[in-house]
Design a protein around this ligand. Sequence first.
Ligand code: GCU
Length: 672
Amino acid sequence: MKMEKTENCKGFENAWLSYRLQTDCKDMQYFAAVYVECTDPVIDSAVSELQIASEQILGRRVVLHRKAPVLGAVGIWLKLDITETISKEGYHLYEKEGLLVIASAGAQGILYGSFACIRQLQMTAPLQGIDIKEEPSNPLRMLNHWDNMDGSIERGYSGNSFFFCDEEVLINERTKCYARLAASIGINAVVINNVNVRGNATRLIAEDYTPQIKVMSEIFAVYGIRLFLSLNFAAPMELGGLETADPLDETVRQWWKDRMKKVFTQIPNFGGFLVKADSEGREGPFTYGRSHAEGANMLAEAVAPYGGVIIWRCFVYNCQQDWRDYKTDRARSGYDNFAPLDGKFLDNVILQIKNGPMDFQVREPVHPLFGAMPKTNQMLEVQIAQEYTGQQRHVCYLIPMFKEILAFHTYCKEQNDTVADIVSGRTWGNQNCGMTAVANTGNDVNWTGHDLAAANLYGFGRLSFNTNCSAEEIAREWILCTFGEDAEVVKTILEILMMSWPAYEKYNAPLGIGWMVNPNYHYGPSVDGYEYDRWGTYHRADHQGIGVDRSSAGTGYAMQYRKPNASMYNNLDCCPDALKLFFHHVPYTYKLQSGKTVLQHIYDTHFEGAAEAGKMRSMWQSLQGKISEDIYQRTLERFDHQVWHAREWCDQINSYFYRKTGIEDEQGRKIY
Ligand code: GCU
């Protein structure tokens, strides 16, 4: 285990928990004392957080009293109360006669309520008369790190891993900083290693690494976070020396039971496993002619005695496709593989489904599996690592996209039929469900490479805790906590964030088509980058038209949705413009609902998007002197790159289609 000091994060390691001194705070009096009757490690974290905040924001030491406050006492009361109408992870924060009460039926709720209280202080919102009740929308609020044991991060854009280095587990100052940040936004589960489990990562469930994983899980536990690992389905062979990993083989089943017993008894707070099987070269039940239910259930049985959970990914598709084949459709594969298995998974299995059927493109329809499996636990997977959305060199605030996904009506029931309803458990009354994000952190000084990308980390946590929060509200909170309350700063950054996803979509691949990027790197532009490849990712552009026919006359993907979504997508004219080319192959002269032709739309949006990148940079430049020079400069560098790169996107896409079609831009702008 490496216990190192991380010198490079000084000053920025606390991100939105970097507190500023407020000399004129009107709510000073509450921070005289904290009253708490019980001892509990998570409540102790809450107390210590209140103390840190009070010292750094108010310059005031809080005195801790291990008892209930007497009548007339002034201070903060952490009131653990199972008779409260609020759940163990929910909280009620209110002020009554000089006492600020943070009540919950559980220690985690007290911790979240304490962070909510600190957030109010940071935002200089009054505490007097406050009355906020928050119940977490999702049982699981998770981050998936794709960190490798050599220290690299798959799709990492902000330095190296702070969990692993040189095949060892890292425990350092960042471990606790990370736990604090995650808890402050309501995260309660974390997977620390890549879903592609190779090499030594397979051994993370072996004795070699157990002591280190245990230490890390203890650091997480006092912040209410359960540690999970990604697991290699072939471990019985690679680790156990067996000849098979067949989920129906008795020796394999016993091997897993023995291993799981060791893991869970040695690491008491352990949550369970995330599994990528039969996907992109990873081993899975298909190798043995078994179903995904048989594979997942074998593991679920092994972890069930310890309350463990198996999170099974639905990202399963044929990545050896022939581009000449117009019938096979990657978009169909998640549904085709999993929908028939509804009701076959054990209760402690959760299917983790990416937001769309392809792979985190800037625009995709919602995955048709949501709402298609009433008897199966489902969880939403989004990606805040900006693999296809600018790789944390472009600003792209993704919370508005996630809001749209959550609000999507699946029509699986008359009420409570949105994605938010399904993954929260409201639709079918289940508990094993929630939201996860592929994380965007690394050991960069500011955690996320681009300083503004931290809004996605903060935003994902807050949104998964409260899916009713608006994207603007969340952005505002993050800006106020990170940059302070200067009105100009707040207004400008808020505007940048809110225009960033639409701008990125404008200069990216048009109308839901996606994939115009360089293979492997996934950074564009490269219009034909994936056109003649094996990944099932095509735009099918010729000199007359573009788009993939996924209607009933084409691959039939549109029919995987319930009515009326199926007919909306299937019918060319009803299909929303934003997804037109995802579902249909149309001539360039086809008129969109906007009244523009497809080609003119491509020209216009690309010029607009590139101009908006320039506008965002100017807006940022207007803030010089108002925010710390370090942050200002390194963010400006990213904007310089974005402006150049957006222009590259604009010119390459427009020139490509101009050359294919020979049709002039109506506005006569320069196309090459
Ligand atoms: C994408 C990504 C891979 C990742 C995979 C996954 O294909 O490019 O790096 O492994 O998603 O989600 O498993």
